[in-house]
Design a protein around this ligand. Structure first.
Ligand code: NAP
Length: 281
């Protein structure tokens, strides 16, 4: 069986380092690092994610400002709240929990966040900096966490063939860019990819960000590969990843579980981004 990559343990280590930096900041600046978290009602999973993020703030000595807006909130109201938080000197990071209701244009809301306070790293300026390889960008939390999970195996990324299944703006594209920056040879697959299994079987590092329960089966995985499961697929029977964990663990060299893999790392990197943002002041 492959080795389990323990995202929960790694996230705890990162959060404890972040908590120390947040305490330093408070000593020097006379106030806590602040993260504003905005949720618009209507998505049940978002409620759980936001609760976890606020709990993580408490653990990391970061002050959270929680805003829960009614499902019928207008785009303008949401954007004006973001504007207010952009100008609030107690707020170092702003996060708008996605997805938003259909009547709100997600891109407009994300673009309204000041790039310096973009804790999630979704702003077009930060995405552009990542694409150009510029330092100092706020990078999306899930991809940042994935890189740390891969690094924790002590296997080098350089020169490896990394295959990413999924090309979303929040996971697939940014993780592809980070892997490239780490000198992997990267292939990005999506729903129109032909011969997916032939491609994934050549992956030394396989990142599954598909959003389909147990999509990656054992016959899609190269023996010894590092397999990172980003998927969070909930149904009546529980929470499942995008990887058929029980079968793939016997083929992979390293594998992340769901839960306890990528999820906790996403939250840890959010706190790290927030404290990094405060430190840039
Ligand atoms: P998304 O926006 O729905 O993107 C899914 C991607 O998978 C798309 O690029 C899609 O291709 C591709 N895809 C769908 N069916 C495919 C198939 N049959 N073969 C190959 N590719 C296929 O999803 P996302 O936001 O990236 O999230 C992916 C998963 O990660 C979800 O389960 C989500 O809940 C989870 N997630 C977890 C965390 C965490 O912290 N653990 C964070 C974010 C997301 P097309 O582009 O061609 O449609």
């Amino acid at each position: 069986m492959g080795k389990l990559i323990d995202g929960k343990a790694l996230a705890a280590k990162i959060k404890s380092a972040v908590a120390e930096r947040a305490e330093d900041f408070e000593r020097k600046c006379g106030r806590k690092v602040g993260l504003a978290v905005i949720r618009v009602e209507g998505d049940p999973a978002s409620e759980i994610y936001v609760r976890n993020k606020i709990r993580a703030c408490e653990m990391c000595n970061v002050r959270s400002f929680a805003y829960v807006l009614k499902a019928e909130t207008t785009e303008l109201e949401l954007i004006s709240l973001v504007g207010k938080l952009n100008n609030d000197s107690c707020v170092d990071g702003i996060l708008v929990q996605l997805p938003l209701p259909e009547h709100i244009d997600e891109r407009k809301v994300l673009a309204a966040i000041s790039p310096e306070k973009d804790a999630d790293g979704f702003h077009v300026v930060n995405a552009g900096k990542l694409f150009l390889g510029e330092k100092g960008a706020s990078v999306a939390c899930t991809p940042l966490g994935i890189i740390e999970l891969i690094r924790s195996t002590d296997e080098s990324i350089e020169g490896k063939h990394a295959v990413v299944i999924g090309r979303s703006n929040i996971v697939g594209k940014p993780i592809a860019m980070l892997l490239l920056e780490n000198n992997a040879t990267v292939t990005v697959c999506h729903s129109r990819t032909r011969g997916l299994k032939d491609i994934t079987r050549t992956a030394d590092i396989l990142v599954a960000a598909v959003g389909k329960k147990q999509f990656v089966t054992a016959d899609m995985v190269k023996p010894g590969a590092i397999v990172i499961d980003v998927g969070m697929n909930r149904d009546d029977t529980g929470l499942y990843g995008d990887v058929d964990f029980d079968a793939v663990k016997n083929v992979a060299g390293y594998i992340t579980p769901v839960p306890g893999g990528v999820g906790p790392m996403t939250v840890a990197m959010l706190l790290k981004n927030t404290v990094d943002g405060a430190a840039h002041e």
